[in-house]
Ligand binder design. Structure first.
Ligand code: MN
Length: 197
């Protein structure tokens, strides 16, 4: 049985970048539904006792879709912090920042490529920053419920470009939403994902 993750912040803590109403729908309803659906689908199957990552790498159809969306949203919702709580002065010392500068030339060049891949992803999906087996950082577009772990990559940072992630607050302005999200990325969390084995 899987359960809904706890948020490491209050539902209104990410305003004005993500409203409490969006959190209530996106986390409280969409993610809860994926959790409920997966629990029903895996009951009595070989997937019942598997970790989420293993289900995503092995399953197909409805089980894959719901497990993938849980994994994606768990990584998404735990990577944020309220704007005024971020320790930006320590950012440049983090391994992730050194890796971004090494592999993309600069933080601004990385952000531009990431936003461009988020804006040009047609339909529903996710844009990801991941590390490959050699530790090199890559940006990938994944459609629907897909996660870079199925390509052997280690997912570090993601932006959800399903319309449910931004339509309440930004209507059709996906690019404006993606640009705003940088203000609430908790780079300490992204750094931990990079350095964890
Ligand atoms: Mn979503």
């Amino acid at each position: 049985m899987f359960s809904l993750i706890s948020l490491p912040y209050a539902p209104n803590a990410l305003e004005p970048v993500i409203s409490q109403e969006t959190i209530e729908f996106h986390y409280g309803k969409h993610l809860q539904t994926y959790v409920d659906n997966l629990n029903k689908l895996i009951a009595g199957t070989e997937y019942e006792s598997m970790p989420l990552e293993e289900i995503v790498c092995k399953a197909q159809g409805g089980i894959f879709n719901n497990a993938g969306q849980i994994l994606n949203h768990n990584l998404y919702f735990t990577q944020f912090a309220p704007v005024n709580e971020l320790a930006n002065e320590r950012m440049s010392e983090l391994e992730i920042m050194k890796a971004i500068e090494r592999d993309f030339g600069s933080f601004d060049a990385f952000k531009a490529e990431f936003e461009q891949k988020g804006v040009t992803l047609f339909g529903s999906g996710w844009v990801w920053l991941s590390a490959d087996k050699g530790g090199r950082l890559v940006i990938t577009q994944e459609t629907n419920a897909n996660n870079p772990i199925t390509k052997g990559l280690k997912p570090l940072l993601t932006m959800d470009v399903w319309e449910h992630a931004y339509y309440i607050d930004y209507r059709n302005r996906r690019a404006a939403h993606l640009q705003a999200l940088w203000q609430i990325i908790n780079w300490e969390v992204i750094n931990q994902r990079l350095i964890n084995k």
